[in-house]
Design a protein. Structure first.
Lengths: 391, 323
């Protein structure tokens, strides 16, 4: 990332924080303006809707140009690879141009061209490889993952995107998992990258997007570590199956015992780490891993009928959430140990509207059949998460 | 932790731009000494409601022969009543404006009560056939009760449940879990979606005009536009001929949505209208080029049109008084 852009990213972070303070009424409009003047950022960043629209349209342009060139008489895999390389390279140039323009840097277009540049260049490398070594199809997937890890890693470093860092990390994990001793390698890689990322998430010498990428890599490392250590993954050889020529054999009992212990302890450790360091993204990761461990337990141990497990789990979550909110809200100044249930500087009005989206998409009733079709028992009732509508 | 923000707070305090308070409070947040877990509590509540209602649904399915309909109906009804009791005790007084916040859990306990109540109603209807052949009317009843709860307790979540129940009564489902939008988006379902969408948009506009629950307008209009434009688009793509009345209707409606939202500086409605119009245009383009067998030209025209639309959007955004 260029030094000038890194400085602008630092200013942008302060400006965004000041906007949150103003919205929450902590500072008035005049103070917020004074802060904006102090921390100048000439780049214009529209709301997410405009950025999403721009991302969508730039994606359509890139894909349409790609398809136009691909169907314009290009022959053979080598020709297609050249088209991918050409369009991918053009996307790199387009991203660089947008990043250096204050008017276009944060409109969403640079993100779209950056993403497609990584994907198309990785695909181009695979296709070139297939043209040069048609007999080595087994190495094709590995090459794709390797190039994807490299290209998206460079893109993340250059343009400062946590999404690119995530894609790079995922590609690297899959690449390593497909090699001999894949599981051990994934464990080692996730531990090494996690340790490296942990030291960088608060490093003030890094610009904010790079710190965000470091946090993303830390979360991805923890997820990879859990995937390699989880009992179900070990018992059913999930990682080894990614490799061609996998041969099943029973696991040693000691390994199964170790993985069972890791399935229980790892989420708890991550959750405790998050609580101790007051890092919400670690708390979220620990909670998600805990849910996965509960699902793993249910997979192997029959705790009771499914309805009872779901009902009890739901009730426990509800009670836990209510108790947590109550406990935090009754603390001195509505906080305890540095945690609060208050919104701080987030936009609560928007949040209350946004929370309707998951409700509508998952808990809405099934449709009744068209009225004139007469009575058909079994439709139009309620229940979330796949609850049956037939009694 | 945000080192830049922490440094900025210290520097702004030294320059007298920020007083103290709030500088020390802001510094604590920037240094990660105070963090909010509100979003996490919300996520736990949502997941709890999702699991609990799913568990209740499965319980009823698997045990209704053993336990008996009266006991099941009473049990679920009692649970729903307990939720409503909790809500009533916590609720702020009624207002036609935005009600004071009653805690982060309020909306979810209300939602749980409504879902349990709705499930109970559906169960009673299936068991005792109170409505006979008109059984889908229980969805209308749920929609009305949820809407009443939404207005009384100022809950956008309850309102969205009311609107989706109303749409379900008309045969249109919006849930993603079932993977269907009613019986194949065809014929009557499509028309129902369009009519429902139109009335939802109208209801949103009327609320604003009447200055009653103005903040519900976004729920009504967004829900309505998704149904209205989605129904028209399904007509456009369901028609074999590129030129159809559906396309004309889509063009007129999306043009109206774009124009009105542009004047009112409503970004999301503008985007919804624009996307629908562009998807309709792509269908027309595909129809024109399909017979000409000119793949390369088609894709270049698509790219050029997308570039043109992008230019229009950038220009519109500059003239629109919206962030």
């Amino acid at each position: 990332m260029r030094a000038g852009i890194a400085a602008l990213e630092r200013s942008a972070l302060v400006r965004e924080a000041a906007e949150g303070w103003r919205r929450a009424g902590v500072v008035d409009d005049r103070t917020a303006k004074a802060i904006r003047d102090e921390f100048a950022d000439p780049r214009y960043r529209p709301s997410w809707i405009w950025r999403a629209l721009t991302f969508l349209l730039v994606t359509i342009i890139v894909l349409a140009v790609l398809l136009a060139l691909a169907v314009s008489g290009v022959r053979g895999t080598g020709g297609i690879a050249f088209v991918f390389f050409l369009v991918g390279g053009a996307c790199v140039v387009a991203t660089e141009l947008q990043e250096s323009s204050p008017a276009f840097a944060r409109r969403g277009g640079a993100g779209a061209t950056g993403f497609w540049s990584g994907l198309l260049l990785a695909l181009a490398a695979c296709l070139f490889f297939q043209t040069l070594f048609p007999q080595r199809s087994d190495a094709l997937v590995d090459l794709g993952f390797a190039v994807s890890a490299l290209v998206f890693g460079m893109a993340s470093w250059r343009w400062g995107s946590a999404v690119f860092a995530l894609v790079s990390m995922a590609s690297l994990v899959f690449l390593v998992a497909r090699q001999p001793f894949g599981r051990t390698s994934v464990l080692a890689l996730s531990l090494a990258l996690g340790a490296l990322a942990r030291r960088r998430i608060d490093d003030p010498s890094l610009p904010p997007p790079h710190r965000e990428s470091a946090a993303t890599i830390l979360v991805a490392s923890l997820a990879a570590l859990y995937a390699a250590a989880n009992y179900w993954s070990v018992e059913s050889w999930r990682i080894e199956r990614l490799r061609a020529g996998f041969d099943w054999s029973p696991r040693p009992v000691s390994l199964l015992v170790l993985s069972a212990a890791a399935t229980v302890l790892l989420p708890v450790a991550v959750l405790a780490w998050g609580i101790r360091t007051r890092r919400v993204f670690l708390i979220d990761t620990g909670t998600l891993l805990l849910i996965l461990s509960a699902a793993t337990l249910r997979h192997y141990v029959h705790l009771g009928p499914l309805w009872a497990v779901l009902g009890v789990a739901g009730a426990v979550l509800l009670v836990a959430a209510l108790a947590l909110e109550r406990w935090l809200s009754r603390g001195p100044e509505k906080e305890r140990h540095g945690f609060t249930a208050e919104p701080l500087f987030s936009d609560e009005t928007k949040m209350r509207l946004l929370q309707a989206i998951p409700v509508v998409t998952t808990l809405s009733p099934s449709s009744a059949p068209a009225p004139e079709r007469g009575f058909t028992p079994g439709g139009g009732s309620f229940g979330g998460g796949g609850a049956s509508d037939r009694f | 932790m945000q080192p830049e923000v922490a440094d900025a707070v210290s520097s702004l305090r030294a320059k007298g731009v920020l007083g103290d308070p709030p500088a020390s409070y802001l510094l604590r947040v920037a240094q990660g000494e105070l963090v909010s877990v509100r979003l996490e509590i919300r996520a736990l509540l949502y997941l709890g409601v999702l699991l609990l209602t799913t568990g209740v649904g499965l319980f009823v399915k698997e045990n209704h022969d053993r336990i008996g309909p009266s006991a099941i109906a009473s049990g679920i009804g009692l649970a729903a009543a307990l939720c409503f009791l909790w809500v009533i005790r916590r609720a702020a007084p009624f207002t036609w404006g935005r009600a004071a916040e009653s805690g982060v859990a309020f909306d979810y306990v209300l939602l749980l009560g409504l879902l349990l109540g709705a499930g109970d109603l559906a169960y009673v209807e299936v068991q005792f056939r109170l409505l006979g052949a008109s059984w889908p009317y229980h969805l209308l009843l749920v929609a009305v009760l949820s809407a009443a709860a939404a207005f009384r307790w100022d809950s956008p979540v309850a309102l969205s449940l009311a609107l989706s129940s109303f749409a379900a009564w008309r045969g249109v489902s919006v849930t993603l879990l079932t993977g269907r939008n009613g019986p194949g988006w065809s014929g009557q379902t499509r028309e129902n979606a369009i009519v429902c969408g139109f009335f939802f948009v109208l209801a949103g506009v009327l609320l604003v005009r009447a200055r009653r629950k103005v903040h519900f307008e976004q729920v009504f209009v967004n829900f309505g536009l998704v149904l209205l434009l989605g129904g028209l688009l399904s007509g456009v793509y369901g028609n074999r001929h590129p030129f159809s009345w559906w396309l004309l209707a889509l063009a007129v409606v999306s043009a109206a949505v774009i124009a009105v939202s542009f004047r009112a500086s409503r970004t999301l409605y503008f985007a919804e209208g624009f996307v629908a119009a562009y998807l309709g245009f792509l269908r027309l383009l595909w129809g024109l080029f399909e017979s000409l067998k000119m793949g390369t030209a088609f894709f270049f025209v698509v790219a050029a049109s997308a570039a043109g639309v992008l230019g229009l959007i950038v220009a519109a955004h500059r003239r629109m008084k919206a962030p």
